[in-house]
Design a protein around this ligand. Sequence first.
Ligand code: GTP
Ligand code: MG
Length: 494
Amino acid sequence: MIDILQPSTFYLLPKYLFMPDIYREDDTIAALATPSGPGGIGIVRVSGPLSAQLFRSVFRPAKPIEVIQSHRLYYGWACDPQNDTVMDEVLAVLMKAPHSYTKEDVLEIQCHSGPAILRRVLETLIGQGARLADPGEFTKRAFLNGRIDLTQAEAVLDLSLSCGDTAGQLAVKQLQGCLSKGIKEIRDIIKESIATLEVAIDYPDEDVEIITETQLRELLITGAQDPLNAMIDAFDRGKIYKEGAEVLIVGRPNVGKSSLLNALACEDRAIVTSIPGTTRDTIEAVLNIKGILVRLIDTAGIRPDPDPIETIGIEKVRKKAKLAQAALWMLDLSEPICPEDFGALKTLDALTKRRKILIVFNKIDKVHSWKSVAGKQASKIFSRMQEMTGSFWVGTSAITGEGLENLSRLLINKLLDEAPAEPPDIVPNLRQKEALETACKAVNRAIDSISQGISPDLVSIDLRDAMNVLGEITGDSITDEVLDHIFSHFCLGK
Ligand SMILES: Nc1nc2c(ncn2[C@@H]2O[C@H](COP(=O)(O)OP(=O)(O)OP(=O)(O)O)[C@@H](O)[C@H]2O)c(=O)[nH]1
Ligand SMILES: [Mg+2]
């Protein structure tokens, strides 16, 4: 049976459910707004012109229906009007347009979260005239009805996916309109420049110069080129705050890589044994360290003459090292450094060159005066490998937890060493950054043309291009395909 609570089966629905003949944007839509599965409550959300009617037909409030007001939460029962059976004990709220998430009439029913109950309530609403919403369709309606712009809609997506605290704060700033405000200011400057140029185009023979060419260039440089470059720059500088980082744990077998992953994640993610070669595949744990999302990846121990399975594991490490932001090179401090340790380091070539490796001496609980032993081992490493000279090292015990706090602090410092101390206010996503770059190129062309005395109508064409591309960021000028693409990344019910 197809499960209407699961987004993955959504695409099968037109054949299954009672979809209206004409699929329209002013249909009344319904979806589960909370993740499916056991939990406290499950919320079914409805938006569109039938919401008030559905409220009356599917909800039996404990209070008389005549006293019901908009935006008030009421206790009662969700019932199937076809056979008058009670489906669940619920709380329901009707939010009359335009004061709702979509600016349409919206109904939300808080049910118990059992999948069978939620499916039944949803099916009843669909049976009464609603249709199942597309992924992201509630937010798309909020955008199409002018409640939010496209950057704010994208912030909603970021917010619903964000695991890192800082990423969440950045998404909130974008939802509050930080990026839109910046784009609007640039567009206003470009608009003003186009108006100036049009005076020159319309009255070529008259001496009606409002501002000089130098002033116009200056206006475009400070009001458009500089802020555009700053926003483009923020994409790279702020990426770690928004997307987090991938960090590998690499070392020869049995040094304690899996134990470290488990200790940092505070759960038994990876199998730990005293048998060398326990871990074969990569195992991930997502951590939130000082607000930054870190995907920590435990890897297969690296040794000479690996078996065929280990060989695949080692190849995976090499590939991951090319994309990871940093690695923990782990050694067992209770044993002398051996060629196998350096063999493991070789898989991190890409990261060694970028100086993104932290040396972790593990099992300090087994070593007397571990700091001086570790200091000596670090000197040996530095004298043998020039490229590691000056790298930070840290002592840990994955068993007692000693040194783990220090490791987290040093790791975050390493990850942030090229990033600004504080995240920028605006960190565009890839789509926005590409549009900013295109706009910036058009503005650059316009500025060059003004310097070369090229005719105002040609300058104006470049500035109009810039305006249009910036409009794609906020959604002022956007094609249906791009819109569909953006909202297809949303989950059902958002
Ligand atoms: N005393 C002590 N023992 C440790 C420490 N960390 C790990 N061990 C032990 O070392 C052994 C190997 O630990 P693992 O975490 O499986 O090591 P690994 O590096 O993941 O090993 P492979 O998966 O085989 O590459 C286990 O017996 C652990 O209990 C530590 O800090 N102190
Ligand atoms: Mg392991």
